[in-house]
Design a protein around this ligand. Structure first.
Ligand SMILES: C[S@@+](CC[C@H](N)C(=O)[O-])C[C@H]1O[C@@H](n2cnc3c(N)ncnc32)[C@H](O)[C@@H]1O
Length: 229
């Protein structure tokens, strides 16, 4: 496991409280809805707690969830085990997923935890999984040069709108004291300009479109959609 996956495998203070977690996934689910392939299969790579998986599965045909952290997968399997249109994949099940079997791969708020050198290999795998006409969505990408204060302000504005401002203030202090910063300094945090990420996608055989608005609650991040060229 990489140090980042190891981080996500432990309890962490990323979400201030349950209200934060629910508002976060509500927003992502709402934003994703217009992009879901009717009757199709979505692979949510780096899905986290995936609170919107049930709603997404009802809107398309099937949702496959994969997260690199084993504890996240166990939690998902316990919560979603009974849902026929949602499957939680482990590494082996993901590797066994047939080529051309997925209509949309979503990767939301995950690229920052993947070393830049590892991205082309993943892009090739996602491309292979896509059915003809399929799409890859790289969402909530952290733009190079984003000051940390911008993320903090955006989180506080979101918290104020959704009634968890006090919890968010406490969460920011807990985050500052957590090992997130240490891991970030140790293994890095991958950020991209939209042009740089588009070029990586194009070199991996995708045509690229930037969505007018980001997917998720952080408006200053960005989302690209790739289609196999
Ligand atoms: C910030 S959370 C995003 C969760 C969800 N997609 C969302 O938007 O709320 C990042 C997730 O990516 C997962 N992750 C990080 N690196 C990964 C990798 N290399 N492969 C698969 N999952 C990874 C972590 O375990 C974590 O659950």
């Amino acid at each position: 496991m990489t140090l980042w996956i190891d981080f996500w495998d432990r309890p962490n203070a990323i979400y201030a409280d349950q209200r934060n977690l629910e508002a976060h996934f509500d927003r992502i689910t709402q934003d994703l809805m217009p992009h879901l392939p009717s009757g199709g299969t979505v692979l949510d790579f780096g899905c986290g707690e995936a609170l919107g998986a049930g709603a997404m599965a009802r809107a398309c045909g099937q949702v496959l969830l994969f997260d690199g952290a084993p504890s996240v997968r166990r939690k998902l399997a316990a919560r979603l085990g009974g849902q026929p249109r949602v499957r939680v994949l482990d590494e082996a099940a993901l590797a066994a997923q047939p080529a051309g079997s997925v209509d949309l791969v979503t990767v939301v708020s995950v690229l920052q935890y993947i070393a830049k050198d590892d991205l082309p290999g993943l892009l090739a795998r996602w491309r292979d999984l896509l059915a003809p006409g399929g799409r890859l969505m790289l969402a909530d990408v952290v733009a190079t040069g984003t000051p940390m204060l911008r993320d903090v302000r955006s989180q506080l504005e979101f918290a104020a709108r959704h009634g968890f401002l006090m919890a968010a203030l406490g969460g920011i202090v807990r985050m500052a004291l957590s090992d997130y910063r240490r891991v970030r300094q140790q293994v890095g945090f991958s950020t991209y300009t939209p042009g740089e990420l588009s070029a990586v996608l194009e070199r991996s055989g995708f045509t690229v479109e930037r969505l007018p608005a980001n997917i998720g609650p952080t408006p200053h991040r960005f989302t690209l959609v790739g289609r196999p060229a």
